[in-house]
Design a protein around this ligand. Structure first.
Ligand code: NAP
Length: 360
């Protein structure tokens, strides 16, 4: 769907990331002018090495440290043309951190509030919308009783988890949940107190899996969620399924996440909304069933588990009431209907991309 509307100038943060690479691909496909941030020149060069056809179509800007003073001001001041829309995806997603406060919560929150402040001061009248890549973890309750299904979550729910709880338990998954919850609530608070000239849309996906088009240099470049949800059942991390738990039991494909962000730029119904993005259930057993069925040559490496025991014993995840979000997503498409990529397609395409990239 080439748009060729060069009057759109999109600022995309964290362009080398797993999700942002797909967003950038669609933005360029639709003919938008794009300025993209990465943390170093080398990371920009890696993107172009991975996608030579993108050379000259995207302008890279280095924003190395979100916790620096006014990290985004210069970017706005020096922009060759004013931005019309912002998609902010950059945020820490690495569960291997030592300092939850400094390495997860602070960069996530400051990254969001600082870019909002710069956008407000320098964005001018041309800046129409800020699309924030949030997370389902700022909606769900980290402390929900997983042994019984609760009331389905809606766009009105907020995770009650606190930084103190995550830090006291030294739990980096909780720390990530806090980082996303605090960053998103700070964004809504900013909109309320500052009333900037642009509006805000937040997209809240659950576990994102899918084919990788970001720069890859060996197995360590597999992004965090594709690793724990898929690659870890192939690379020997898990010899059995019994006892393996996921932090959450719903997923969405990265291509749907990317499409939802780009659609949200121009969808009037997305203004001021939180949009839940959930395709369906995911579990260790469901993932291995799909890999073993579709990749006979990998079967010997992938534990069989108990194919009919779809969820771990005693796990009854709370569902999602998607009606409002689905309505908004549909209105953002040309066809006026939104269809999610299913788990089997998502897992098989992901494994295929891992085989092609020689990382499993
Ligand atoms: N993957 C999921 O399941 C999932 C689900 C819901 C929401 N999300 C959200 O989606 C976004 C992207 O996730 P992803 O899976 O694409 O992760 P990713 O591949 O790790 O990408 C994260 C991006 O953020 C940048 N970043 C991380 N910490 C930063 C910091 N302190 N300062 C500046 N940039 C920083 C990274 O830069 P470097 O590469 O240079 O480190 C990278 O460009 C995040 O906001 C995440 O919370 C992800």
């Amino acid at each position: 769907m080439a748009n060729q509307d060069r009057s759109f100038h999109i600022l995309l943060t964290g362009a080398n990331g797993f999700v942002a690479s797909h967003i950038l691909s669609i933005l360029l496909d639709r003919g938008y002018a794009v300025t993209a941030t990465v943390r170093s020149k080398e990371k920009a060069a890696d993107i172009i090495k991975t996608h030579p056809s993108w050379e000259g179509k995207v302008q890279f800007v280095i924003v190395a440290d979100f916790t620096a003073a006014k990290p985004f001001d210069e970017l706005f001041i020096n922009a060759n043309a004013p931005f019309t829309h912002i998609i902010h995806t950059a945020s820490p997603l690495n569960f291997g951190v030592k300092d939850i406060q400094k390495e997860m919560i602070e960069p996530a929150v400051r990254g969001t509030t600082e870019i909002l402040k710069s956008a407000h001061h320098y964005g001018g009248l041309t800046l129409k919308r800020f699309v924030l890549l949030g997370s389902a973890v700022s909606v769900l309750n980290s402390f929900e009783d997983i042994t019984r299904e609760g009331r389905p979550y809606t766009e009105k729910d907020w995770n009650p988890v606190t930084a103190e709880e995550a830090i006291a338990r030294k739990d980096t998954v909780l720390g990530y949940n806090v980082s996303k919850t605090r960053a998103e609530s700070a964004a809504w608070e900013f909109m309320k107190t500052e009333s900037p000239g642009f509006d805000l849309t937040v997209i809240n996906p659950d576990i994102i899996i899918g084919p990788m088009i970001h720069p890859i240099s060996g197995p360590k470049s597999i992004n965090e969620t594709n690793h724990f949800a898929i690659a870890s059942f192939i690379d020997g991390t898990h010899q059995q399924i019994e006892g393996v738990a996921f932090p959450f039991y719903h997923f969405v494909d990265v291509r749907d996440v990317a499409r939802s962000h780009v659609d949200a730029l121009t969808n009037p119904s997305a203004s001021g909304q939180r949009i839940l993005l959930i395709s369906g259930l995911i579990s260790p057993q469901l993932v291995v069933n799909i890999i073993r069925k579709n990749f006979p040559t990998l079967r010997a490496k992938v534990p069989e588990g108990n194919p009919s025991q779809v969820l771990p014993p005693g796990v009854h995840p709370t569902g999602w009431d998607m009606r409002l979000s689905l309505d908004i997503l549909s209105k953002g498409t040309r066809e006026q209907s939104w269809k999610y990529i299913d788990l089997e397609t998502s897992v098989t395409d992901t494994v295929r991309s891992m085989i092609e990239a020689k990382v499993i």
